[in-house]
Design a protein around this ligand. Structure first.
Ligand code: GDP
Ligand code: MG
Length: 451
């Protein structure tokens, strides 16, 4: 599918502010003309040409490198121009204005990449990887975004699609032959194929899940009574004095956020005011915000002073947390009670003893957080993935499972084939072969301008 865009778009592609170099991009049918008018000369494609960038009257706005790409051999698939001038906001704006008076319009966020997608230069998972690479918060996230951009993720999806197609063809022809004596649908061959596909789903879902964790990470919310040591624990995890720590109860009133990483997984820690009834209006607002924070948590840490008798009255105030978000009770200040650092896990319930002030037992906590999210830093060749990819994979997997049930329990070959088709449809949302327009709009609008 090659889409002809009548509009020629332009944008400053480098970040705002002063810099050594500033790059302006132009893409679309008028690009060649614009290039010639600004430079006052034609330039060969794919060659860095040192040129003067000129106003209409011939006065010079800037000089720098001009790079012209003839479509379809360009990022967007269209004629594209890059002007690399000096990185000052004023000079770049002057150049941008000049390009616009020559018939280009300002590009929307992500519009260059959107054109690349529409012109089949990238599939949707790759296009998303472009934004994720730019936004990557850790090296691990950047490396895996690069892998997705290279098409690793898409290749896995396409392989799975092929396996499903094969299975569908097999099933459909088995249905056609069902009058004959041989029972193709009950055979070992089919079972083998189903088993292989299920395994592929498992591997892929796990890699995608790891990739999603690398991208989005987890949110950990610290709650507990004033003075239990929440802020101290946040500081210990962040390895810096991010929050004020005092012996005065009620020191933290607003919520504080810190971003750390555990083996490359971003962890957003939110330190809150203690949850307690109070007459102080500022603290009361803080308590309200603490409750709000809890409603966004992937994991709640309930901090308790190990010197005090434990009461589970807090758990009541944590019932508004998201479904499935575990609460781990952290008994802090073990240096004062003489307890040893340890972790106890009892089903969903976990308790950890540690000392935030003396940095004892913190590794138990970080490992526990990692495990609770199912994050494994051992998993190699992970590709960056998004929530929507996990959702699509889960839906596809669900269709496969329902279909297999139909086949095994009811010998319903037709229903099985139909479920396989639905599974394939869900998978195609990932690579963008079938993706609703509003979703596309949402995906590209979160890009930066000029990409
Ligand atoms: N001995 C000891 N004191 C601690 C520990 N963690 C925190 N504290 C002290 O407890 C007081 C309250 O700590 P803070 O982090 O402000 O508690 P928050 O109100 O829960 O945020 C401070 O005086 C801290 O120095 C610990 O592990 N051991
Ligand atoms: Mg505090």
């Amino acid at each position: 599918m090659r889409i002809e865009n009548n509009d020629t778009i332009t944008a400053i592609a480098t970040a705002r502010g002063r810099g050594g170099i500033g790059v302006i991009r132009v893409s679309g049918p008028r690009t060649n003309k614009i290039c010639e008018q600004i430079l006052g000369t034609k330039i060969p494609a794919r060659q860095a040409c040192l040129q003067k960038f000129k106003e209409k009257d011939g006065s010079i706005i800037d000089n720098g490198i001009a790079l012209f790409f003839k479509g379809p051999a360009s990022y967007t698939g269209e004629d594209t121009l890059e002007l690399q001038g000096h990185g000052g906001p004023v000079v770049l704006d002057m150049l941008l204005k000049r390009i616009i008076t020559l018939g280009a319009r300002l590009a929307e966020p992500g519009e260059f990449t959107q054109r690349a997608f529409l012109n089949d230069k990238l599939d949707l998972a790759q296009a998303e990887a472009v934004a994720d690479l730019i936004d990557a918060g850790t090296e691990a996230a950047a490396t895996s975004a690069q892998r997705s951009l290279e098409g690793d993720f898409s290749k896995h999806i396409n392989d799975l699609q092929k396996q499903l197609t094969h299975l569908r063809l097999y099933t459909e022809s088995a249905i056609d032959f069902s009058d004959e004596d041989i029972d193709f649908l009950g055979g070992e061959e089919l079972e083998k194929q189903i088993y292989t596909i299920k395994e592929s789903f498992k591997t892929l879902s796990n890699k995608a899940k790891q990739g999603c964790l690398l991208r989005d990470g987890m949110t950990v919310v610290l709650v507990g009574k004033p003075n239990a040591g929440k802020s101290s624990l946040m500081n210990a995890m962040a390895q810096r004095e991010a929050a004020i720590v005092t012996e005065v109860a009620g020191t933290t009133r607003d919520i504080l956020k810190e971003k750390i990483q555990i083996d490359g997984m971003p962890v957003h820690i939110i330190d809150t005011a203690g949850l307690r009834e109070t007459d102080d209006i500022i603290e009361r607002e803080g308590v309200k915000r603490a409750k709000q924070a809890v409603s966004t948590a992937d994991h709640v840490l309930l901090i308790v002073d190990d010197q005090e008798p434990y009461s589970d009255s807090y758990l009541e105030s944590l019932k508004d947390r998201p479904k499935g978000a575990p609460v781990t009770t952290v008994f802090n200040k073990i240096d004062l009670t003489g307890a040893k650092p340890r972790i106890k896990i009892n089903g969903e319930q976990a308790t950890i003893k540690l000392s935030a002030k003396h940095n004892e037992g913190l590794d138990l906590l970080t490992n526990h957080l990692k495990e609770s999210m199912g994050f494994s830093s051992q998993e190699k060749s992970v590709f960056l993935a998004r929530r929507r990819h996990l959702d699509a994979l889960a839906r596809a997997n669900e269709f496969l499972n329902t279909g297999v049930d139909q086949l095994l329990k009811n010998q319903a070959g037709e229903l099985f084939a139909e479920d396989l088709r639905l599974a394939q449809q869900a998978l195609s949302e990932i690579t963008g072969k079938i993706t609703p327009d509003d979703l596309l709009g949402e995906i590209f609008s979160s890009f930066c301008i000029g990409k």
